[in-house]
Design a protein around this ligand. Sequence first.
Ligand SMILES: Cc1cc2nc3c(=O)[nH]c(=O)nc-3n(C[C@H](O)[C@H](O)[C@H](O)COP(=O)(O)OP(=O)(O)OC[C@H]3O[C@@H](n4cnc5c(N)ncnc54)[C@H](O)[C@@H]3O)c2cc1C
Length: 435
Amino acid sequence: MSKNVDALIIGAGVIGACTAYELSKLGYKTLSVDKLPQAGYGSTSSSCAIIRTYYSTTDSCALAYEGWHYWRNWSDYIGNAVNPSELIEYHNTGCLVAKTELNGMLEKACSVMDEIACPYEHVSAGEMADFLPGVDTRRFFPAKLIDDPDFGEPTGGEINGAVFFPCGGYVNDPMLSAQNVQAAAEQQGAKFRFNAEVSKILRENNRVAGVELSDGTVIKAPVVINVAGPHSSVINRLAGVSDNMLMSTRALRHEVAHVDAPASLNSAKRMITSDSDVQVYTRPSSGNGMLIGSEDPECDEREWVDDPDHFNLEFSAQWKTLVMRLAQRLPELGIPDTAKGVVALYDVSEDWMPIYDKSDLPGFFMACGTSGNQYKNAPVAGKIMATLVQAEDVGQNHDTDPVQFKLNNANYTLSLDCYSRNRKINAESSFSVIG
Ligand SMILES: Cc1cc2nc3c(=O)[nH]c(=O)nc-3n(C[C@H](O)[C@H](O)[C@H](O)COP(=O)(O)OP(=O)(O)OC[C@H]3O[C@@H](n4cnc5c(N)ncnc54)[C@H](O)[C@@H]3O)c2cc1C
């Protein structure tokens, strides 16, 4: 089969860019194509870019702890490809996570942290004000819609305190992070083409043979990787691989509110919070701002989107609901008249865990189903994808002989079938953005 490149990557978001970087470091001649004008312009640009280590399963916690090390040492990861003044800023604020019935009082998360040697500290309800001045520690669970007459009414007792995870924080500019990685990948020889939409996946002799762009350009490649974010299901359908997968991916609309932090936090050291009692998470932003996102309570209707190129970009009642849910915990929070923030799409799998895998079409791979929670893992996901491509090249059948992936910092080995397209639904998942 003739080829123009060794590997063609569809999508130059943060995970696509990291995949290109890792493959080029291994010597693959890569071309990344993206229909948008710049790297990170898709769902990556809307990300809250929160880096945290607590998840619902051991594999996910270990992966996230590994990922944290890359953000912490971003300039080492990027090398000298980017002028230091043009690198992203990573703010290691730590994360305060409420202990609730929903997360099993974080007992499992803490025992996993012990297993992977990731630090944490218990915080009693009385001590929470040291972390979050002005906090109201009463229970409000379950989350309700704002037209529910019981909205905002405490439901009895106090939350059981929290856990503070010092290894966590946020990236100031997620789009820039993808562009930093693009520059590092280009230094290794990777090529990027923007405003280029993949419209066909080509096959030859029962394997992938490349792609055709919407302008008719044909690019031959023995390896094609679907890193198309919320468009991943569209690309899998083009490749004809969806029907042979137990997992699927779907685009889910989400709103994130940007508001001014309450005055009670003015002099506080501000951090990430995750509160499954009022079912919102928060992140500091520039100045005195904060972002508020949803932890997907059962009462909220899920807005699945069939066509990721056309969805409602206007704020809805979800925006105000998020702000008012947080105001239960932080009563000094003001409710602005004008909605600010982002409306964007997650790419969600059935169990809210990613799919990092090959497919039934030899040479066609996918890094998708990132379910609103894989920004933090992008550098490791890039390495995972490069390892899977390399394994297939040397004849290893990942479906029957799963690739083992050693995490260098977390001292843990992932059996990569945990991210298989054909896994059973992981019953330990939170089935929410927490993963
Ligand atoms: C609102 C929101 C908040 C989030 N917050 C967090 C968080 O705090 N922490 C966290 O860890 N994760 C978070 N995430 C998830 C995280 O941002 C994503 O998992 C990650 O950015 C996905 O990166 P990606 O490279 O896979 O996809 P994307 O950034 O979506 O990139 C996919 C690219 O593929 C391109 N593409 C699609 N179809 C085609 C085609 N046919 N031809 C060519 N190009 C194509 C698109 O143009 C796009 O640029 C959040 C996500 C959202 C939406």
